[in-house]
Design a protein around this ligand. Structure first.
Ligand SMILES: Nc1ncnc2c1ncn2[C@@H]1O[C@H](COP(=O)(O)OP(=O)(O)OP(=O)(O)O)[C@@H](O)[C@H]1O
Ligand SMILES: [Mg+2]
Length: 407
């Protein structure tokens, strides 16, 4: 694990992996897993790494480990969640482009030039010679109000604003400074669905962006029709299989049965206990299972994107949107070996669900919960948040117990 400041899910992951113990592969070979937190140090490009798989949560902002990841990927075939090659070169903008070509309902989006010049001695000459003057109001009118202005590579709401009129448009653009901005048509959505995909598993959650962090994910199992839910799953897995991302969250806005994807390149998706709460055990379990599947079956990392397989579908004028989705789902499930993964979990990891349930219901998890609250919130809020999380995780324990009994 290549980590930044987080402590909650790594502790959970280490503990579940320890409790799961060795796993039997096909042919009876026993695989024991060792897991460690990678430290940052000088490395020769010819050093051999000790690792078969790395879960990366750091390289999106810290470049030394990012270059180490590239080295162990290219030279040593280490399996990465996620590949830095596409995650660092395919920001939101590139994902919009690819998904538009594939026929997804990405809202109308325009990229405008920098408000303030990039800091480069050649800028004045280049701009005088080549920058076209443009009419920001006309672009906004064409897209239509309300719209969103947001960085082409954004994250964490930095520089995001909702704009309803020309005055707000100019104020936001003036403030954008040296950030490169998209203007995007606002979708007046009924529900916001955020799906977290880990390997071949996806959890679609109702998201409430206007709420404080701890209330953003609502516990709601039936907020989408089965068909729309399946469309949201397909979109998340399509994005991931297209770019070879294995641990990513995808944001979609749903209005009247139509699904509009707006954000789907999260190199380090939120898996904090305090925000995922009820869904946290699912995330840790999926991560443990996917890593075990990859390592025991010897799944090989794939760096080449083979985009034509997707574009052949997207570019085919004879296919309807629905038919394209079905074809993408097949490609995605094929890439993630969805059936083989399910079989593997049933045959080789049948005990993992019980292990996770036992752990979440027990004192070790409660210690993790209280430690996490104490390190996240100010002292006067500890009791409130401990009770809040205990309530939600208690609900998960009840639901999961019922699910396993009926299975
Ligand atoms: N086209 C849109 N229509 C409606 N709402 C939008 C649109 N684009 C963005 N938003 C709103 O703005 C929020 C932030 O936008 P976006 O996800 O693109 O930025 P971000 O910086 O990646 O945020 P985060 O880190 O929370 O994902 C979204 O969660 C959503 O509530
Ligand atoms: Mg977002």
């Amino acid at each position: 694990m290549l980590l930044g400041t987080e402590e909650d899910w790594p502790r959970a992951f280490e503990e579940i992996l320890r409790r799961v113990g060795p796993v039997q592969g096909a042919g009876g070979t026993r695989y024991a897993f060792d897991c460690e937190r990678i430290t940052i140090e000088p490395f020769s490009l010819r050093d051999r790494p000790r690792y078969s798989l790395v879960i990366d949560r750091l390289a999106y902002w810290y470049y030394h480990p990012r270059e180490w990841l590239k080295k162990v990927s290219l030279m040593d075939g280490v399996y990465l969640l996620n590949s830095p090659f596409t995650f660092q070169s395919m920001e939101k903008h590139a994902a919009y482009c690819a998904m538009m070509r594939l026929g997804l309902k990405v809202p109308e989006t325009v990229l405008v030039p920098y408000k303030n010049p990039p800091d480069n001695a050649r800028y004045a000459y280049t701009a005088a010679r080549y920058n076209q003057p443009f009419d920001l109001d006309a672009i906004a009118m064409r897209i239509g109000y309300p719209l969103f202005m947001k960085p082409y590579d954004g994250g964490a709401w930095r520089g995001v604003s909702r704009i309803s009129n020309p005055a707000e448009l100019h104020a936001a653009y003036d403030q954008s400074g040296e950030m490169l901005m998209h203007l995007q048509k606002a979708i007046d959505y009924d529900v916001f669905a955020r799906s977290l995909t880990i390997g071949a598993e996806t959890m679609v959650m109702r998201f409430q962006p206007d709420q404080p962090m701890h209330l953003r994910y609502a516990v709601d199992h039936d907020f989408l029709s089965p068909q729309t839910g399946s469309e949201v799953v397909t979109i998340g897995r399509l994005v991931n299989s297209f770019f070879r991302w294995e641990f990513n969250s995808c944001e979609t806005l749903v209005k009247g049965g139509e699904v509009y994807p707006i954000d789907y390149a999260n190199a380090c998706p939120d898996v904090a206990l305090t925000s995922l709460h009820y869904y946290f055990p699912w995330a840790i379990r999926a991560l443990v299972k996917w890593c075990a599947f990859v390592l025991v079956t010897g799944r090989r990392p794939k760096l080449d994107l083979e985009t034509d397989r997707f574009f052949d579908v997207g570019d085919d004028p004879a296919l309807t949107y629905q038919e394209k989705l079905e074809a993408y789902r097949q490609l995605a499930d094929g890439y993630f070996e969805a059936d083989r993964y399910q079989d593997f979990c049933a045959t080789h990891l049948p005990h993992v669900d019980e292990i996770v349930l036992d752990w979440v219901a027990g004192p070790d998890f409660d210690r993790l919960l209280t430690d996490t609250v104490r390190s996240t919130y100010p002292a006067h809020e500890h009791d409130k948040f401990i009770a809040h999380l205990r309530g939600l995780l208690g609900l998960w324990v009840r639901d999961e117990t019922a699910r396993l009994r009926s299975a």
